[in-house]
Design a protein around this ligand. Structure first.
Ligand SMILES: Cc1cc2nc3c(=O)[nH]c(=O)nc-3n(C[C@H](O)[C@H](O)[C@H](O)COP(=O)(O)OP(=O)(O)OC[C@H]3O[C@@H](n4cnc5c(N)ncnc54)[C@H](O)[C@@H]3O)c2cc1C
Length: 482
């Protein structure tokens, strides 16, 4: 009998295409990227699920306003160069964002399909287009406007600073990025591990900026090597963008945090990722691997540290004082960590870290918690259960309870207004600070946030900086929506 059913699946009937990835048993022993990426065929099939809404809600969820239906349509019809062109109109780092953006809370959560089924895999498609371009060597650079004669300094080569640099170079300004570390990229290279975001991808996207004419100077700590007044008055910069992030590690203030074998997550990840500690014996970076490692915290940074410790050969235990439901990490990251055999001790708080006579970690005393009423953060407050203390035998402890503003630059800049947490106060529509010509954005304004929000700040600030440099007025404030 002939099948009278329509054999071409209706758009909304094509299921969300799964992402092929390295099996958990293998990947926990290496630092290779976990997801393999879509093939052209899978990408086109996934793209065919997009129903091309006339008023696309997904775009409203993207902090840099990518034309999402546009780039997806181009993938659907197999015009990959066009899809990457559209992406790059609004996003200088698509291969990065396709990998690490919290799409599930931004664009994808607003996808109309998600009312009845899984949303279109917008992030995976973004990654596909960017990877396709890189792998096919057909990188098209945007056109650069004629020189304006204006000089801009960008302090910090993270996603905020790199976005400003990319935007202002194409507008014809001379742009120099000053970076404190020996490699540009910010958290993208020193924090996020290779198995989630290979450094070569960040390097490639930075190379594109350099090919456009952006000068990147590493190993310069602004605030020490030069101050902001020196940059403007002596080095001749007409405007400055501060995108220095919020990389100052926080500790818990419990006894034993100064023992040998206690790391902040930032130091641990920097030693592994940026200083090649994961690549022994090629790099002999001091990094205590440990047999049993406790990671304190429940965010993405804690997941990255736990998965790194596992790959470095340790038994890896996440200690989190609330339950799994309250964990701030992305669901996908928690899922990957569970698959890789990371052990989770929920409702557990460390009380002190124990050391031997040589000052090395030998254990951690913990207390079991129960959840009480919600606190200011909206999450249920952990309350200790009396007499529930126990010792966890560990030889390395990684503290991942958040980061703050590094005072090095902010405190050495006279007239720079800071808020009560020492983050820079910047106008929400322009990024301008209390110093005319000095703009700021990303984590140093928001506190620890996300890559795409940092890039959104960079995009906004670059527009305002361009107007400032060209002597153009700010557009009148749009009326508030009621
Ligand atoms: C381990 C980890 C994992 C994360 N995972 C994710 C994720 O999956 N998805 C996501 O969206 N976000 C993630 N984040 C958050 C995200 O990376 C940050 O929100 C984002 O990088 C902030 O960008 P930024 O440009 O403001 O600052 P950064 O990326 O912090 O870059 C700031 C740069 O400024 C440099 N600098 C600082 N001071 C000076 C100075 N005085 N002079 C010169 N240079 C200076 C620093 O060395 C650094 O390179 C993660 C963060 C961490 C730590």
């Amino acid at each position: 009998m002939t099948d009278t059913n329509n054999t071409t699946p209706k758009k909304e009937k094509v299921p969300r295409q799964p992402m092929p990835e390295q099996p958990a048993g293998e990947r926990q022993k290496n630092f290779d990227e976990v997801p393999y990426g879509y093939t052209p065929e899978t990408a086109m099939l996934e793209a065919s699920r997009c129903i091309q809404c006339k008023k696309p809600r997904c775009v409203a969820g993207c902090p840099v306003g990518i034309d999402i239906p546009g780039f997806i349509k181009a993938i659907e019809v197999g015009d990959f160069p066009e899809s990457i062109r559209i992406l790059k109109d609004s996003n200088a780092l698509p291969a990065v964002c396709g990998r690490v953006c919290p799409q599930e809370d931004q664009c994808e959560i607003l996808c109309v399909l998600s009312v009845k089924q899984d949303p279109v895999a917008i992030g995976r498609l973004e990654r596909f287009a960017a990877d396709w371009e890189r792998e096919h060597g057909e990188v098209k650079l945007p056109e650069v406007a004629p020189p304006t004669g204006k000089k801009v300094a960008v302090v910090g080569a993270g996603p905020a600073g790199l976005t400003v640099a990319g935007d202002l170079i194409v507008k014809g300004h001379e742009v120099t990025v000053f970076e404190a570390l020996h490699k540009p990229g910010g958290v993208l290279v020193y924090g996020i591990p290779e198995f989630r975001l290979p450094n070569e991808i960040v390097e490639f996207e930075i190379k594109n900026l350099e090919n456009l004419g952006v000068k990147v100077i590493n190993n310069i700590v602004v605030g020490k090597t030069f101050t902001i007044p020196e940059l403007m008055e002596e080095e001749g910069f007409d405007a400055v963008f501060l995108g220095v992030g919020a990389g100052l590690p926080m500790f818990m203030g419990i006894p034993g945090e100064n023992l040998n074998g206690v790391y902040s997550a930032n130091e641990y990840l920097t030693r592994s990722n940026l200083m090649g500690g994961y690549d022994f014996p090629r790099y002999d970076t001091p990094l205590k691997r440990g047999k049993k490692v406790a990671i304190i915290g429940g965010g993405n940074v804690a997941m990255d540290s736990a998965r790194t410790a596992k790959r470095l050969g340790a038994e890896s235990i996440v200690v989190y004082r609330r339950s799994k439901k309250e964990m701030p990490a992305r669901i996908e990251e928690i899922h990957h960590a569970e698959e890789e055999g990371i052990d989770f001790h929920f409702l557990t708080a460390p009380v002190r870290i124990l050391g031997n006579e040589d000052g090395a970690v030998i254990g951690m005393e913990c207390l079991t918690m129960e959840l009480g009423e919600p606190d200011d953060s909206g999450r249920r407050r952990p309350v200790p259960i009396k007499g529930s203390e126990y010792i966890l035998d560990v030889d390395v402890v990684i503290v991942s309870v958040g980061t703050g503003s590094n005072p090095l630059l902010t405190k050495s800049t006279p007239g720079l207004e800071l808020n009560k947490w020492d983050y820079i106060v910047a106008d929400q529509k322009t990024g301008v600070t209390s110093i005319p010509g000095v703009y700021a954005g990303g984590d140093i304004v928001r506190g620890a946030a996300t890559v795409i929000l940092a890039m959104g700040d960079g995009r906004m600030a670059s527009g305002a900086m361009h107007r400032y440099l060209m002597g153009e007025p700010e557009p009148a404030d749009a009326p508030e929506e009621s």
